[in-house]
Ligand binder design. Structure first.
Ligand SMILES: C[S@@+](CC[C@H](N)C(=O)[O-])C[C@H]1O[C@@H](n2cnc3c(N)ncnc32)[C@H](O)[C@@H]1O
Length: 257
């Protein structure tokens, strides 16, 4: 009984709030249900288009084969398919992407976008929880997650699952907000994140709180070195990270060897 009690009373962060670990996923799901239809527009507005360059850096690291060779990518927390479409554009005829996300509203937007692009045959949208993936061991050549991991309540099981579904020799790449370490830029970034982004979110999506959560969750996410340690403990080897745009985001990489 003590064990069950411990599990059910375990706390975590939801932005600045402390909530029960078991409650966090429901709160996160509400955020993305609320903003799904405006999510892509908001990404452009909030980042001044920079998210495109960061995702391009991720896709360059994925480096899908240009040939007809089969290449299966799993894009975790892939939402509306942004990373998936970029990988398909960069890859050859054998490139296939599975977008796995817990949120049906985000997946619905992604499916509509795939139809508009004529990508239904090469990108599939599947509902699943990153903490417990509905895929067999060693199924994918590469696993990516962009701006998703900080929303997943239990990061360790999600990293273990990413490791499990990768083939031997496969690569895991994670793009996530990081800690700005350029003097001057840090204060500007802080001001922009906490004052401007929730306001833009309110005007565009009608949900200020959703964007308040999103910026606060960045602060609570482990620093890149700490996250690299978590990746190593999940089994990844040759773990590295690279900070982009003065540390606004970090691109983490690890291999299953
Ligand atoms: C900030 S969005 C990122 C979407 C996309 N990767 C991108 O870069 O545009 C975060 C996504 O994580 C998803 N998510 C949150 N918790 C999840 C979980 N436990 N398993 C899978 N996806 C999850 C949300 O539904 C949301 O679509």
């Amino acid at each position: 009984m003590a064990k069950t009690e411990k599990r059910t009373t375990k706390k975590t962060h939801f932005g600045e709030q402390t909530v029960l670990l078991a409650e966090k996923q429901g709160l996160v799901n509400d955020v993305f249900h609320s903003v799904a239809r405006r999510y892509d527009l908001m990404n452009d507005l909030m980042s001044g288009g920079l998210h495109r360059a960061w995702k391009d850096a991720l896709v360059t690291a994925v480096n899908p084969p240009k040939s007809e060779r089969d290449f299966a990518l799993l894009d975790l927390a892939g939402g509306t398919g942004d990373v998936a479409f970029r990988v398909v554009d960069a890859g050859g005829l054998g490139t296939r992407v599975t977008v796995c996300d817990i949120n049906t509203a985000m997946l619905d937007v992604g499916r509509d976008r795939a139809v508009a692009r004529g990508y239904e045959a090469v990108v599939s949208f599947e509902q699943g929880n990153a903490e417990q993936l509905p895929y067999p061991d060693r199924r994918f050549d590469c696993v990516t997650i962009a701006f998703g991991i900080r929303n997943v309540p239990r990061i360790e099981p999600a990293l273990s699952e990413a490791y499990r579904v990768l083939k031997i020799g496969g690569r895991f790449l994670c793009l996530e907000f990081s800690a700005v370490d350029v003097p001057g830029l840090d204060r500007l970034y802080e001001f922009y994140s906490f004052k401007a982004i929730p306001r833009i979110g309110e005007v565009v999506t009608g949900d200020r709180e959703a964007y308040q959560y999103l910026v606060e969750s960045i602060r609570k996410f482990p620093r890149p070195k700490a996250f690299a340690g978590m990746m190593e403990r999940a089994g990844f080897r040759r773990v590295t990270f690279r900070q982009l745009t003065g540390g606004i985001v970090a691109l983490h990489s690890g291999w299953k060897l």
